[in-house]
Design a protein around this ligand. Sequence first.
Ligand code: ZN
Length: 163
Amino acid sequence: MLNANLILPWSLAENNETYSWRFKIIELDARVAQGDCFADLSSEITATIRGGVDDLNRHYADVCLTGELSLTCQRCLQAMPFTLNNSVRILFCSDEASADLIDDEDADVLVVGETADVREWIEDQLLTALPFAPMHESCDEDHLMQYRNDKHNPFSVLKNIKP
Ligand SMILES: [Zn+2]
């Protein structure tokens, strides 16, 4: 779990504050870390959050995630490199009614109170930023053959049973 993940969103925006966190995939919530998506859970992600107030006097935070990750190819099940570089603008609202009034395709709208848990933002954003079914452009043929053979062999599951 990340430490010190609570921020004061309104003062972050008013004061143009910037924060940065660096953490491993394995430190994130189970819904992110325990999927079969990552080949290497020790990969690190850097999250940078920069607050500001835009021309329409809306408070926001720009959340940027970067990192060199290793995903599991969904075709050959081998690791494949993935460069994460994803930015999202989050517009703050104090209640649902004012959130409903905002129609901005380029930003996410979020109802926030006095404090906000940025770890949740980061986890949500990471899940959105990852490819739905990551695949090599061309898989290593040897691994692919191996996988197909295993798949068509009804006894292949036995290999996974530990004595
Ligand atoms: Zn592959």
